[in-house]
Ligand binder design. Structure first.
Ligand code: ARG
Length: 458
């Protein structure tokens, strides 16, 4: 079939070239944005007298009809079309005749696609945000249900100091709050309208870009027509934000996988979010968490793909930019799926306080507190650190924990040791004493929980 842009050329292209060139398979996702964008454009053309009012009305009705028919299923996409923009215009022209051919006045597919994509991704952000909030709610739920559970905190994956499990969870809450912040920041910068930039240079028609921007819910218009059609920062920013979000989910997944292992047994995932092995009957695998971790790499790939596509492009529009959509759609779809499974996986997992406590008791994680005890009795920290290390080595030789070493043994290391050392190295006391702002004491964690709730407007 002859292309709509036939003129300069015959418009007859090779069928393999057609398939290669075509984007309708994936940009058909944006049909709603394309049609509502066109309705605003038609209204503007009518309001400004560029076309007759009555023609504008016909176009708007025609476009509404296409939207309704697509949604009801009575109209199907024609995958022989080059892209969604051509498809809509083609159907409109078939239905309205010559009036349909007026829609593309004072517009180009270059500003049209930039408009559609901004509107589409803006709506996607509005879907992602509540999904992130649902994960935050699941975190809050587990933190509040297990407020005083003690676990070992780790560095280098070695038991380090006792912390509250709720404190550990709040660390992830802080990450996700930053993610929410980045998403809203990204949405704000995204929400300016490129329509009216036309092919690259603006237009000779007396258009009103702000009329269209207002109708379509934008906060303003892009300030330079070349930039308006060639800017894909909003895609890169969104994918960067999503990549960070995925990184957080991936780190959390890694911990959940560890915690669910027989070696840790800090948590048990609900059956609904685990799988069995086809051969080993004893298995309960944390596949969901592993997939979230795995899909993170895929999202990074999407981000890298677009950054690389854009890096050598001269202004303004180049067809390379058609590659933006599959990458950004994939990133958005992936993060939504991950968030959807993550929140219920988290809220349905069972926490095992006894296992966490046992691990906390066995790792000499109160050795810092033993050193601090000596410091409070006047010993310089470095000396106290050394003595505590020697006490730990002794306990390892004897096969006991610090709390079980008799006072006489302690006294052999330093005369400063007395019976009050035992309450000082009690795990709960160790936690309670870390009351610095942001620390692991119950009061501090309580404040963190309150902060997260406040940020979420609870
Ligand atoms: N399908 C194209 C894209 O996704 C639409 C813009 C086409 N513009 C052009 N000058 N060929 O980028």
């Amino acid at each position: 079939m002859q292309k709509m842009w036939a003129g300069r050329t015959s418009g007859v292209t090779d069928s393999i070239a057609d398939d290669f060139n075509s984007s309708i398979r994936f940009d058909c996702k944006m049909y709603k944005q394309d049609i509502t964008g066109s309705m605003a454009h038609a209204a503007m053309l009518g309001a400004k007298g560029i076309i007759a009012k009555q023609e504008a009305e016909q176009l708007i009705d025609g476009l509404q009809g296409i939207l309704d028919d697509l949604e009801s299923g009575s109209l199907e996409f024609d995958f022989g079309c080059e892209d969604i923009h051509m498809f809509v215009e083609q159907v409109l022209t078939q239905r309205l005749g010559d009036v349909g051919r007026k829609l593309h006045t004072a517009r180009s597919r270059n500003d049209q696609v930039a408009l559609d994509l901004r509107m589409y991704l803006r709506a996607e952000i509005d879907e992602i945000v509540p999904l992130v909030r649902a994960v935050l709610d699941a975190i809050l739920h587990q933190a509040e249900a297990n407020k005083s559970v003690i676990m070992p905190g780790y560095t280098h994956l070695q038991r380090a100091q006792p912390i509250l499990f709720s404190h550990h969870l709040m660390a992830y809450a802080m990450m996700l709050l930053r993610d929410l912040d980045r998403l809203s920041d990204c949405r704000r910068r995204m929400n300016v309208s490129p329509i009216g930039c036309c092919a690259l240079a603006g237009t000779t028609y007396d258009t009103d870009r702000r009329f269209e921007a207002n109708r379509l819910g934008f906060d303003g218009v892009t300030r330079n027509s070349l930039d308006g059609v060639s800017d894909r920062d909003f895609c890169v920013e969104l994918m960067s934000g999503i990549s960070l979000l995925m990184m957080h989910l991936s780190r959390f997944s890694e911990e959940i996988i560890l915690w669910a292992s027989w070696e840790f047994q800090f948590i048990e995932l609900s059956d609904a979010y685990t799988t069995g092995s086809s051969i080993m009957p004893q298995k309960k695998n944390p596949d969901m968490a592993e997939l979230v971790r795995g899909k993170t790499g895929r999202v990074y790939g999407d981000l890298m793909a677009l950054l690389t596509t854009l890096k050598g492009l001269p202004l303004a529009y180049n067809k390379d930019m058609q590659e933006d959509k599959e990458a950004v759609f994939d990133a958005v779809e992936t993060v939504k799926m991950c968030l959807q499974v993550f929140a219920p996986m988290l809220s349905s997992m069972t926490v095992k306080p006894e296992k966490m406590k046992k691990a906390a008791q066995e790792g000499f994680i109160n050795a810092t507190d033993l050193a601090d005890y000596l410091v409070k009795k006047g010993m310089p920290f470095r000396s106290a650190y050394k003595i505590s290390g020697q006490v730990v080595a002794k306990c390892i030789r004897l096969g006991c924990v610090l709390e079980a070493l008799p006072l006489e043994e302690y006294k052999a290391f330093s005369g400063l040791f007395d019976a009050d050392l035992y309450p000082a190295i009690d795990l709960l006391a160790c936690v309670e004493k870390r009351s610095s702002e942001g620390g692991t004491s119950p009061a501090s964690v309580e404040a963190q929980i309150a902060y997260v709730k406040e940020c979420l407007g609870h």
